[in-house]
Design a protein around this ligand. Structure first.
Ligand code: HEC
Length: 120
């Protein structure tokens, strides 16, 4: 009796483990992440993401699409207008054009907007 139970348990463990790993690998959506509980601010969290991923193409006199993403006021304006979030989360036509940022990074931008565009 106990032996059958042990064999059954041993047979179930790999199945459970396999499902856990595949689910983790499949999670590419912001909705699947645990919520951010810390307050997100432009200075602490958002500025670095924009500087690293966007500013090379979206600054100066030849900024792509005429869109300046330098500094709090410009980034807030783009976020309030809506296009920034749409393009960051747009898998067919993403920004940056090389491919979507990881969901953890996009979630920070989403949370910044939810929190009300805090500067610092
Ligand atoms: C390699 C250059 C490049 C990088 C890096 C880049 N962009 Fe862009 N972006 C473009 C070009 C070119 C366009 C205009 C064509 C288009 O809309 O796809 C554009 C358009 C946009 C638009 C639409 C503007 C409008 O008024 O229609 C938004 C919003 C945007 N980018 C946001 C971002 C954000 C946010 C980042 C960083 C996460 C980023 N971009 C990174 C080149 C870039």
């Amino acid at each position: 009796m106990y032996r059958k139970l042990t064999i059954l348990c041993l047979a179930i463990i790999p199945v459970v483990l396999y499902n856990c790993t595949t689910n983790t690998l499949d999670e590419g959506d912001v909705e699947d992440l645990p919520p951010i509980v810390e307050t997100v601010t432009y200075d602490d969290d958002v500025a670095a993401i924009i500087t690293t991923n966007c500013v090379t193409c979206h600054s100066g006199p030849n900024a792509n699409a005429g869109l300046q993403l330098t500094g709090y006021a410009n980034v807030r304006a783009a976020a309030e207008q809506g296009n920034l979030v749409n393009r960051i989360n747009n898998s067919a036509n993403p920004m940056p054009p090389t491919g979507q940022l990881p969901p953890e990074t996009r979630q920070i931008i989403d949370q910044w907007i939810i929190d009300g565009y805090l500067e610092n």
